[in-house]
Every structure is written in structure tokens, then in C-alpha cells.
Design a protein around this ligand. Structure first.
Ligand SMILES: C[S@@+](CC[C@H](N)C(=O)[O-])C[C@H]1O[C@@H](n2cnc3c(N)ncnc32)[C@H](O)[C@@H]1O
Length: 236
């Protein structure tokens, strides 16, 4: 599975902890060591993933970002480009897709989200409304509803890392995605594995069909090197 637009490695590692072959991808390097493609996700989007969770930038899409555009302080083309990128992620040739973003213009320009989640539904006593646009995935069920309702992220003090801290996925949400959506793609992988095992057993049965002499005749010639330069063939 692919976690697009993720530098933190949080969703990737939540899936890896459950045994999935999960990769992250971002223009930036990964903050935590792990399987990561540093570059444009559109370059690898057609590489046969079964599930993609994407966190595209919200700078020109979110309600707060759009404010600058509607006041004429920002080039509207930036929003159009960002929408085009989101649309490419949504229609990627991947069986199951989740695109995540704050409340903003994706809802009016592309389509309404399937659900809006909050960190307090996943064990973090904070608010940060996050929309999920889902393809072939069920809504994410809350895993641990807690009491706190702090708006910690929007009140963060200015710092060079502020945007990173604000945009990093909550661990509880990542764990919920891995346990609920990983189970769906995991079941499918199990089905594929079972089918492959059956094929392998059938090949063994076909091969064992017949008498020991027939097996012997089918045995490939084994060549062994007994000493450097001296080679014998077993059936001679
Ligand atoms: C809002 S942040 C998402 C952070 C994420 N939630 C995490 O925990 O790492 C958006 C990320 O998208 C990345 N990005 C933007 N355009 C990209 C592209 N074409 N391909 C891959 N990553 C891209 C940015 O570098 C940025 O790190």
C-alpha cells in the first residue's frame, strides 16, 4: 500500500506494524527511516498498489487558505493546480483510495467528503476537523472517544516547523486506518496467497503422479563440483 504525501512515516509505519508492505512518498525525505520514495507521487501512482492513503497539501484549498485567494491576495491558479492534483489522486488506478484534507473547497469543487473525523474520536483530546474522500473503503469507525476538545493545532506558536507539526497525522487515526482498512486489503492478500498455495500443491501432486521410476526420469540432472575443476553429474 502507498501513503502519498507523507514525510512523517506515521501511517506507513502503522500499516507496517500490522504486516503490510507499506511505502510512503513525499517530495521531502522521510522523518523516520523506512521504505520511502522521495519524489512526485504521480511518477509511481500506477505501480500496482492495492490501497492508497493520500494527504495532499491544503495550503491553497483549506477554508483558511482560500480566504487569501478570495481577498485577491493570492493567485487563483494555485488553487486550480492544487485541485487538479487532488483529482488525480482521487481517480488513481488503485482499488481503494482515501484522500484526506481539512474542510475547504474540495467539497464544493470536486465532491463532498464521505466523512469528517476528529482526533478526539481516536484517542487525542483535540479538535481538527478532517475530511476523508473514500473510494471502495468503509467510513473509519472511531476507536477511542476521549473527553478533551482543545484546538491545539490551530493555536500553535509560529516556528519554522509549525506547518510540519500542524500537518502530521495523529497516531490514533493512523492506527485506526491500519487496523480497519488494513484488514480489508489483508484479507484479499490472504485470498491471493491461498490461491497460490493451492496451485503450488497441485504442481507437487502432478509431479508425484506415477511410479518412482517415472519420478526419477523427470528428475533434473544435478551437476556437482566435487573439487575445483572436477565436475560430476549425479546420474552417470
Ligand atoms: C499536508 S502535508 C501532509 C503530511 C502528512 N500528513 C504526514 O504526516 O507526513 C503535504 C505533503 O505533501 C507533499 N507533496 C506535495 N506535492 C507532492 C507530490 N507531487 N508528490 C509527493 N508529495 C507531495 C509535501 O511535500 C508535504 O509534505
Amino acid at each position: 500500500m502507498l501513503v502519498a504525501c507523507e514525510f512523517s512515516g506515521i501511517v506507513r509505519d502503522a500499516f507496517r506494524a500490522k504486516g503490510h508492505d507499506a511505502w510512503s512518498c513525499d517530495l521531502l525525505p522521510t522523518d523516520r527511516p523506512g521504505p520511502h520514495y522521495q519524489g512526485n507521487v504521480l511518477d509511481i501512482i500506477e505501480d500496482s498498489w492495492d490501497l492508497m492513503i493520500a494527504h495532499p497539501p491544503c495550503t491553497y484549498l483549506s477554508r483558511s487558505g482560500i480566504h487569501w485567494t478570495t481577498r485577491g491576495l493570492r493567485d487563483p491558479a494555485l488553487t486550480e493546480d492544487a485541485l487538479e492534483f487532488v483529482h488525480k489522486l482521487m481517480v488513481a488506478p488503485i482499488e481503494r483510495v482515501c484522500v484526506e484534507n481539512p474542510i475547504g473547497c474540495i467539497s464544493t469543487r470536486i465532491r463532498r467528503p464521505n466523512q469528517i473525523i476528529q482526533p478526539w474520536q481516536f484517542g487525542h483530546g483535540e479538535t481538527k476537523a478532517t475530511c476523508l474522500w473514500l473510494k471502495n473503503l468503509p467510513n473509519l469507525e472511531p476507536t477511542n472517544i476521549v473527553a478533551g476538545r482543545k484546538a491545539r493545532v490551530s493555536k500553535m506558536a509560529p516556528s519554522p516547523d509549525r506547518w510540519k507539526l500542524r500537518s502530521t497525522t495523529y497516531q490514533g487515526v493512523a492506527d485506526g486506518m491500519a487496523s480497519q482498512w488494513g484488514a480489508i486489503s489483508g484479507n484479499e492478500s490472504a485470498k491471493v496467497l491461498t490461491a497460490r498455495k493451492m496451485q503450488a500443491w497441485q504442481a507437487v501432486r502432478d509431479w508425484l503422479d506415477g511410479s518412482p521410476e517415472q519420478w526419477q526420469a523427470r528428475m533434473p540432472k544435478v551437476t556437482r563440483m566435487v573439487r575445483p575443476g572436477i565436475v560430476i553429474e549425479d546420474d552417470e
